[in-house]
Design a binder for this molecule. Structure first.
Ligand code: GAP
Length: 493
């Protein structure tokens, strides 16, 4: 599938817009629209519920984005959080030196009187056999030797822009957890192993951002720092290594729990030479994005690197007292670090389907109901009948107390269903003539409505008085749609 299909759906249906679009946009910055903010909040809520509320060994935190500048010195980000960068001397474009061979390149081929070709990434010219040496974008300029470029955004605190006032927008949320380790430990009286979870914005001055919300300058991370006693042994193995594997399994299963297909996920171990400066071992969960397999989440064993560094730099002890062994230890840290925006992209891509129904194309997002921006749409079959409209509005008003739902009467029913399919709404409720009856003909309504399920398009007839029970079962208690189909009569489609 082409990423443009998702980008276009996101814009058309109010998920994601380019930032500052009326001014021509700003590169790699995106705004979440009315449905996008719901989807992203639902992703974050599911992550928080599963990792904080449902685990006895986890607590949450929300640290400030701006931190003492010494944090970034001690953490190693000032010295090591860099990418090698080269500039084209002719067109001035900037590239990551280590990614040059992953971009297609422009070549003016001497063997064909200087004709211009775009050559696939990493391949030589078919005519003259040359490999890329010049700028891949303009094909003419020489590239500067690589220089290290720090990815942190610098800013100034206070009214004077001087070196003493320099601080940084955090490039990862993790450091807020490390510097609060002792505060959380003492205030919550925790015992190892335990974890601290945090969701928040991070910022990176990426040299080559792109692919929609996959790599941006401003993004949200969902990070866990899970602290383990390095002296503990589980089944004869160091506890940190065992916990690392447990977290890899747990996080791998999490994406599948919310609908991502197993065959679109894989694990990739970092080679020794690509490990971050703090990591002993890192495994990435990769997703098969439209542009290829790419990192969705990194799960690192950061050892005691960060607590040690901050302990040394601040002069404050960040150790844990091991009651059993009567010693102070520096915990090891396992870090499952996910991106909220990248997860949104993966969930959208994986949910996207095109089907043919009665000779017409149907686009749908098969989003997990917990993630779907809207849970229920209430639709009147005829908007000219006041009783139908009033009943539908009243049903929507009641359902909205518990679930994000909408009322829509702006098109014919077929089109309303298609619109809801396209944004992933799992259930539609339709109010029709049978529901309200016909006063002129002295026919009483049956006070029943049709519930239509998105994926199967099956419809059942349910009394209005039972709607809330049915939706509680479907949306909160995990009851399968097939159980509802078995209980209620089918409705005509
Ligand atoms: N604390 C560890 C850490 O930050 P990372 O692999 O650099 O590790 C973790 O980032 C996750 O954050 C990535 O797997 C990705 O989901 C997300 N992420 C990182 N950089 C990003 C960017 N520029 N745009 C969007 N998401 C990003």
């Amino acid at each position: 599938m082409n990423l443009d299909v998702i980008v276009s759906l996101c814009k058309r249906r109010g998920f994601i817009f380019q930032s500052s679009e009326i001014y021509g946009g700003i590169a790699s910055c995106w705004d979440y629209g009315p449905l996008g903010v719901e989807l992203k909040n639902n992703v974050k809520r599911a992550w928080w519920r599963d990792n904080v509320y449902l685990r006895p060994d986890m607590v949450g935190l929300d640290a400030a984005i701006l931190m003492h500048p010494n944090v970034w010195k001690a953490s190693g980000h000032l010295d090591h959080f860099t990418d090698p960068m080269v500039d084209c001397k002719a067109c001035r474009r900037r590239f990551r030196a280590d990614k040059l061979d992953e971009t297609p390149w422009i070549h003016y081929c001497p063997a064909t009187k200087g004709n211009k070709f775009e050559i696939p990434a990493g391949e030589p010219c078919k005519h003259c056999g040359a490999r890329r040496t010049l700028c891949p974008a303009c094909g003419k300029g020489e590239l500067t030797p690589p220089r290290q470029f720090n990815l942190m955004f610098k800013t100034f605190m206070g009214p004077v822009e001087e070196d003493a006032a320099v601080t940084y927008l955090r490039p990862e949320t993790a450091q807020g957890i490390f510097v609060n380790f002792d505060n959380v430990l003492q205030s919550m009286r925790l015992k190892l192993p335990f974890g601290i979870a945090q969701i928040g914005k991070s910022f990176r001055n990426e040299i080559t951002p792109g692919n929609f919300i996959f790599r941006t300058h401003e993004f949200e991370q969902m990070e866990i720092e899970y602290f383990v006693n390095p002296n503990d042994v589980i089944d004869g193995r160091p506890a940190d290594e065992v916990w690392h594997e447990r977290w890899i399994e747990e996080r791998f299963a999490w994406y599948q729990r919310y609908g991502i297909r197993r065959e679109h996920l894989r694990l990739r171990e970092h080679e020794k030479d690509e490990l971050a400066h703090y990591a002993k071992r890192t495994a990435d969960i990769e997703y098969k994005f439209p542009m290829g397999w790419s990192e969705l989440e990194g799960i690192a064993n950061r050892t005691d690197f960060d607590l040690r560094q901050h302990g040394k730099a601040s002069g404050k002890s960040l150790t844990y007292f091991d009651e059993e062994r009567k010693t102070h230890v520096l915990p090891y840290v396992i870090e499952p670090s996910a991106g909220a925006d990248r997860s949104v992209l993966a969930f959208l891509v994986d949910a996207y389907r095109e089907e043919e129904v009665r000779g017409e194309k149907r686009v749908l997002l098969r989003l997990h109901a917990d993630l779907a921006p809207l849970k229920i749409a209430v639709l009147p079959l005829l908007k000219k009948r006041d009783e139908i409209v009033a009943t539908a509005r009243e049903i929507q008003r009641r359902l909205a107390q518990r679930w994000v739902s909408v009322y829509d009467d702006t098109a014919a029913i077929g089109r309303l269903y298609r619109r809801q399919d396209e944004v992933g709404t799992p259930y539609c409720v339709t109010v029709d003539v049978q529901t309200v009856g016909d006063a002129e003909k002295r026919e009483a309504g049956d006070r029943k409505v049709t519930i239509r399920e998105r994926d199967s398009m099956e419809q059942v007839r349910v009394p209005i008085t039972e709607l809330e029970t049915v939706f509680r079962e479907l949306l909160a208690d995990g009851v399968a749609w097939s159980a509802i189909v078995a209980r209620y009569p089918a409705a005509k489609s």
